[in-house]
Design a protein around this ligand. Structure first.
Ligand SMILES: [Zn+2]
Length: 292
């Protein structure tokens, strides 16, 4: 059953099924076109995907035309099978997803992979969330950008240029002025992406006409709050870089750049994320400039 408290309307034809951090469930976009629904990400399990499908059907009982995968991390793709619709992903996402299926994510191995890498660290998820698990990789892929025009709406798929993973994309729903940013702000324990690219990405995405930004594991915000977040991240990164260049220690940097609690009340930024971003920028800047 869908949890109606988690359904939030962002514009005339765009809703989200809000994220649930504790269960590693990202935000799922639900776009209603005149031809049917489009889901942005499939969810972290068949049950999560089914909740989204049920939430869509409760709004309008029409079929799901496509699922878009913003990248191939498990929490965004293990629910794909619930939609009974073709999956769209960047060619890199498709390639890496298929590689995983040939290995750890085959029908025989996927549950053991979950036990070894996910259930071990999260006791709210277990096998019951993954009945008849059958991973569905993108069958439609593209290079660069892709405009999905469907039932009166245009979904512009564009690369996130390696901020979280090398296969990640954002989705801009042009007519609705809503932008999905996937895991652009997620730096927990992953060194696969490049936090330093985030400034450039935020510069690029704020050039679109956007009313609401929807990130993958954080609250959605209107453009005013998003601009505050952008300014904060810009100042933070510049301050970290100049302190690293001046030879400050990591502890000094963290102590000198405390988190702005006012921003915490207004936005999705929080102290944990602030510290993770500082750590990522120190690591990446030192690596780029060969500072020991
Ligand atoms: Zn994620």
């Amino acid at each position: 059953m869908p949890d109606t408290n988690r359904v939030q309307q962002l514009s005339d034809h765009v809703w989200i099924y809000r994220h649930n951090w504790k269960r590693l469930e990202p935000t799922i976009g639900m776009i209603l076109t005149e031809e049917g629904w489009v889901a942005i990400d499939g969810g972290n399990s068949p049950l999560h995907g089914q909740q989204v499908v049920d939430a869509m059907k409760a709004i309008r009982d029409v079929s799901v035309k496509y699922v878009i995968n913003t990248h191939r991390h498990f929490d965004h793709v293990f629910g794909n099978q619930a939609y009974d619709a073709p999956v769209i992903g960047s060619s890199r996402c498709q390639e890496r997803f298929i590689e995983n299926i040939q290995d750890d994510w085959s029908n025989e191995n996927a549950i053991s992979w979950l036990k070894g890498f996910i259930f071990k660290y999260n006791d709210l998820l277990n096998e019951d969330d993954f009945p008849n698990l059958n991973l569905v990789p993108p069958s439609i892929s593209y290079e660069g950008t892709y405009d999905l025009k469907l039932g009166g709406l245009t979904l512009h798929l564009f690369p996130l240029e390696g901020v979280h993973t090398d296969d990640g994309i954002g989705v801009y729903v042009a007519e609705e002025k809503v932008m999905f940013l996937s895991d652009a702000f997620y730096y927990q324990g992953t060194s696969e992406g490049q936090a330093l690219q985030l400034l450039e990405l935020m510069d690029r995405v704020t050039k679109f006409e956007v009313d609401v930004y929807a990130p993958g594991h954080e609250r959605s915000h209107d453009v005013e709050v998003f601009n505050l977040v952008q300014q904060n991240i810009q100042h933070l990164f510049q301050a970290v870089i100049s302190m690293v260049d001046d030879g400050a220690s990591n502890d000094d940097i963290k102590a000198t750049l405390p988190f702005d609690l006012e921003l915490y009340r207004k936005s999705f930024l929080n102290e944990k994320m602030h510290l993770l971003l500082i750590r990522a920028v120190i690591r990446e800047h030192k690596k780029a400039t060969q500072i020991q």
